[in-house]
Design a protein around this ligand. Structure first.
Ligand code: SF4
Length: 236
């Protein structure tokens, strides 16, 4: 697998597994800045056995898989079940929805919908949204706990797009939780952070399509106390 970092939060006894590489090429992605600074071939990427060895001493109660492997493979597919079988932990997946693992062992999936318009999705991510939207329905029909999110980027993924995504989710189930995340600017990329009012307006535009909409600004996140169990030190 392509796991390059594992973090641990002792307060909640929870871990996060971070994959490197992505099957999308989002125009506003933070990784655009990081990728040119290292040689992927020189990184130590963990296989399933190594991940389990690193997690064993802390025996986490909750594991969040952040995104997924860029390509389908057996280890990624059985990752949730392997984690659950060993630790009886809550396993959550945050994904762009392009590739899913087997749902066995998974408690919750949060699927980030980048854009509803396929043209915009192709321009923004380099890929069609056919697979993510199909997988979103599949996840809902499977009965797994499901939520969704989108990154609001002024003039790119704007209020109208967010409104369309809200309608799409509401056409499946109005009770699916949906989070609108304000874009965090990346140096050198021509996209700005939305104002609080803009995010609030985007959330309001969903207006009746969904029953559970929240919005947040990434700068509010608090990473205090989180430690690395394994890292390639890619932070710059
Ligand atoms: S899906 Fe996420 S990690 Fe992948 S390119 Fe888009 S923003 Fe970056």
């Amino acid at each position: 697998m392509n796991i390059h970092r594992i973090t641990y939060n002792p307060t909640t006894n929870s871990c996060s597994l971070y994959f490197i590489g992505c099957n999308f090429r989002c125009l506003g992605c933070y990784w655009k800045k990081i990728y040119p600074t290292f040689n992927l071939k020189e990184l130590r990427l963990l296989n399933l056995k190594e991940v389990m060895e690193i997690l064993r001493p802390v025996s986490p109660e909750k594991v969040t898989i952040i995104s997924g492997d860029p390509v389908e493979n057996r280890e990624f597919s059985v990752l949730p079940k392997t984690l659950y079988d060993e630790f009886r932990c809550e396993v959550r997946l945050m994904t762009n929805g392009q590739i899913l693992p087997s749902l066995e062992g998974l408690k919750h999936v949060s699927l980030s919908i980048k854009a509803l318009s396929d043209d915009l999705h192709k321009r923004y991510t380099g890929k069609s949204n056919t697979a993510p939207l199909k997988n979103f329905r599949f996840l809902y029909e499977s009965g797994i706990e499901l939520s969704s999110s989108s990154v609001f980027i002024p003039d790119v993924i704007d209020k109208e797009e967010i409104k369309g995504i809200g309608r799409f989710i509401g056409s499946i189930d109005r009770d699916i939780p949906y989070r609108i995340i304000g874009y965090m600017p990346v140096d050198g990329l021509p996209f700005r952070r939305p104002t609080y009012e803009e995010i609030k307006e985007a959330a309001a535009s969903i207006n009746g399509s969904l029953n559970n909409v929240v919005f947040s600004d990434p700068k509010e996140q608090d990473y205090t106390g989180i430690i690395d169990l394994f890292t390639n030190n890619l932070k710059r």
